[in-house]
Design a protein around this ligand. Sequence first.
Ligand code: SD4
Length: 334
Amino acid sequence: MSSQTRRDFLKHTTAAAATLTAGCTTLPPAARLAKRGPLIVSTWGFGKPANELALNVLQGGGSALDAVEQGVRLVESSGNSSVGLSGLPNAAGVVQLDACIMNGPGHQAGSVAGVEGVLHPISAARLVMEKTPHVMLVGPGAHWFAKQNGLEVRDGQADVASYRAWLAKQKKPAPGKGDKPENHDTIALLILDADGNIAGGCSTSGWSGKVPGRVGDSPIIGGGVYVDNEVGAAGATGLGENVMRYCASYQVVENMRHGMSPTEACAEAIRRIARTDPQGMDLAINFIAINKRGEFGAAGTQANFPYSVTTPDFSEVRKGKSLSEAKQKEGGNE
Ligand code: SD4
């Protein structure tokens, strides 16, 4: 053994002995995680069954990416009015979907934007990540790619008549004129697995009545979701225009890198945006976050933003930190 190697060996054995005598509170994060098992956090109350499915996937030996994909797929095919093909359409009566996925190890990412007729955009995003050298595919190209790769697709699903009927019932002026959306939600789902690796993804039909071709924050890496395997992950839901202009999920992760707790990291990102933005706190944005140590949190501009947390020990819907009393929505479009 060289003297350098001997010094390293002694340093490590001494550290290990100190850890053992000090008890489990000083165990390094990876060891604590192995005891605690995985952590899954998602937006809204409708994320809870998605989390629980994701946990089953992990416990059945699936990867964190498998778990993110399966959890998000559950919401995409649940009849949700703002996720998947059951989502409300754009101003031309067409549902256009956005999704992205990120894998901590290797810092890989994939996304699809403004894609029509794809039942599971989260799976399309994963295929972009795994089967192409690209990060993002949009519109007809994303549809074509999904079909080529065997995903279930539907063609010609525009339903202008039913969209007009829905529109006629709305009190607000015609969409596409800058008015705020009546109906918009996103499933964003983040996982810290038992090995301490992080993955995340999100999926949405975006702003109902949006101008055709509008892309929100959800498929934008650093907007709708951001994963940094050294630090943690964040995901967004709310008015995408107010998220993507600020790379807000990236900002939440950077806040955690500088020592903030997940909740404070979300809250500080919102405060920072509100300081700059002419809308102040009237931003309609909410964030969830997890860190590498297995801590989690959420904050939003709306009162009591609901988010779902699941571990092997519990699964529940919690309230995020409220930065304003705005009562935008209580439980998402469940
Ligand atoms: C978007 N951020 O397209 C998405 C929608 C959403 O709660 O999350 N609404 O702007």
